[in-house]
Design a protein around this ligand. Structure first.
Ligand SMILES: Nc1nc2c(c(=O)[nH]1)N[C@H]1C(S)=C(S)[C@@H](COP(=O)(O)O)O[C@H]1N2
Ligand SMILES: [Mo]
Length: 199
């Protein structure tokens, strides 16, 4: 189908080799939240990993700030078809947090300060693939985008990057999160266009 191919190609945009199928470049930074924006003061903020042996590993905001921080440049892709290329974040690698978590399991169910959850295989959170991000483009992360801290898992669709993140449970079985229970794909790889269950 050479004519179809040519027509498709002529609508392509610069940077397209970094745009997964069906995505276009966003203007600005859209806000997508299922409910109201929670206000989470850093003095009461905690991040808790409940490990496979049901032990809790807790970080306060001050403890998080003392951990080694990384600068992250990442392309992000929303299931509603917008992408942003080269976004710049600062935060702590999940690898750093997991250095002190002995009892790991294959699955993580991520919890937040609103009523949101999302499931991510633990393997997708380790190996320099995921961060607890608290700065965006040189400034504190805006509350609408998940401040004080959000999960950043840029290789999966952005609904996996839980805003106002509060912790995660490590599980020996998979449990779907908020959108995964409502028809979104369980894994969400933008390059395989895994938007909805069955994709
Ligand atoms: N806690 C929480 N995290 C969330 C959401 C939410 O409603 N609550 N929405 C998700 C969805 S569907 C998307 S597309 C992205 C949007 O991130 P943004 O608002 O910073 O663009 O956040 C994800 N993380
Ligand atoms: Mo979304």
């Amino acid at each position: 189908m050479p004519i179809l191919n040519r027509g498709f190609r002529s609508r392509r945009q610069p940077g397209d080799d970094r745009l997964p199928p069906g995505q276009h470049l966003a203007d600005g930074f859209p806000v997508l939240t299922a409910g109201p924006t929670p206000r989470v003061p850093t003095d009461t903020w905690r991040f808790v990993i409940t490990d496979a042996a049901r032990r809790r590993h807790t970080w306060s905001w001050d403890e998080l700030m003392r951990l080694p921080r990384e600068q992250i440049t990442a392309d992000i892709h929303c299931v509603t078809k917008w992408s942003k290329l080269g976004t710049r974040w600062e935060g702590v690698s999940l690898d750093t947090l997991f250095e002190s978590v002995p009892a790991v399991a294959d699955h993580a169910l991520v919890h937040t300060y609103d009523a949101y959850t999302t499931n991510v295989p633990l393997g997708d959170l380790l190996g320099a693939k995921a961060w607890l991000a608290y700065r965006y483009e040189g400034a504190e992360l805006d509350p609408r985008h998940g401040g004080p801290a959000r999960l950043l898992v840029p290789h999966l669709y952005l609904w996996k990057s839980a805003k106002w993140v509060r912790g995660m449970h490590l599980l020996d079985h998979d449990e779907p999160g908020f959108w995964e229970m409502r028809g979104y794909h369980n894994y969400g790889d933008p390059w395989r266009e895994q938007r909805y269950a069955g994709d």
